[in-house]
Design a protein around this ligand. Structure first.
Ligand code: ZN
Length: 336
């Protein structure tokens, strides 16, 4: 396979704090011999474990970038044992545009792994992670939230995996992140995901959904800030005690957790995030935006649980994810 065109401007093998870029040549109308410059920090002390931390895999999700910019300016090499690689904005062109996908090539960074060294800008970024950064890492954290179109209760998540020792290690790492909710996540569309690429390389992987609506809150940023430091402590990279509080354990047993829109219209939530719902209960209504005098269409929960995610914008379109129901459990960490 061809070598990557991405060149890091920082070393991975020198102790200290190094702030720089992943430089990817991108010739275009406004810059003939230009580059995409993705900010990266590498903080290294000794030969301990390696953490790879990313935000803005989707460009309109902000808790990760905020927490990671703060970590990059506050983490001292003397506090750590190992290497912390920080990329606050993974899909940097998307982050700059405030959009989920890249304005250059419409690349959704979480759907195009393993990428291509000779592909689009987004595919080249994915390929660099696939063949250079992920192999270096022992533990990988990828921050998400709902972006402009979804809103979530704040949770850290790990996936059910065929490799049970790896699944236990991922669950333990998720537990250490200690978000208010901890979710064993079922993906509806895991082909090409960064998560899948990292897990396939046998790494410990944790992701999050910390809020949404295309912004961050003081609370959601606080969860991200505490979680990333807890995870570094859990991995043996950062010294100190974990900062722990109660977490609600959640599972998504099957596709009945998802409710998708079959109509266009005006969305009326009838349940708010985190509230309990019973199977069959109305969780949202969709009103006509074409005419008056039409009763709303009711959307029902297919199972009992709590409302873990909802469509964020006021108008909804056919095919949109209206809601996600998660089931409260108490055995998520039994094998950790
Ligand atoms: Zn995302």
């Amino acid at each position: 396979m061809k070598p990557s065109l991405i060149t890091p401007t920082v070393p991975f093998d020198v102790d200290g704090v190094h702030h720089g870029f992943l430089r990817l040549p991108h010739s275009r109308d406004d810059s003939a011999w230009g580059n995409v410059m993705i900010p990266i920090s590498v903080i290294r002390h000794g030969k301990g474990p390696v953490a790879l931390l990313t935000g803005a895999n989707h460009g309109d999700e902000y808790e990760g970038p905020i927490a990671l910019h703060e970590l990059a300016v506050t983490l001292e090499p003397e506090q750590i044992n190992g290497i912390v690689i920080i990329v606050p904005a993974f899909n940097y062109p998307a982050f700059r545009a405030g959009s989920r996908t890249s304005p250059i090539d419409k690349g959704n960074m979480n759907r195009l792994f393993p990428g291509k060294p000779d592909g689009t800008v987004s595919e080249k970024i994915a390929d660099y992670f696939q063949r250079t950064l992920i192999p270096m890492a022992d533990v990988v954290l990828d921050f998400h939230s709902g972006g402009k179109t979804l809103d979530f209760i704040p949770f850290a998540c790990a996936h059910a995996l065929d490799d049970k020792p790896q699944e236990s290690a991922c669950m333990a790492a998720m537990q250490s992140f200690n978000a208010p909710y901890s979710m064993k996540l079922l993906e509806i569309d895991n082909v090409g995901m960064y998560d899948t690429a990292v897990e396939a390389q046998g790494k410990v992987f944790v992701s999050t959904e910390l809020g949404g609506g295309g912004t961050a809150t003081a609370r959601s940023v606080g969860i991200a800030r505490k979680g990333v430091r807890n995870l570094l402590k859990h991995a043996g990279i950062l010294s100190g005690e974990l900062e722990l509080s109660a977490t609600v354990q959640l599972d998504m047993p099957d596709g009945d957790c998802y409710v998708f829109a079959q109509h266009d219209g005006l969305l009326e939530p009838t349940v708010d995030l985190g509230e309990p719902v019973a199977a069959g209960e109305v969780i949202a209504r969709v009103w006509s935006i074409q005419r008056n005098g039409t009763p709303p269409l009711a959307y029902h929960a297919k199972r009992s649980g709590i409302l873990a995610a909802r469509h964020f914008p006021g108008l909804v379109h056919t095919g949109d994810c209206v809601a996600v129901i998660a089931v409260v459990v108490d055995d998520l960490f039994d094998n950790v």
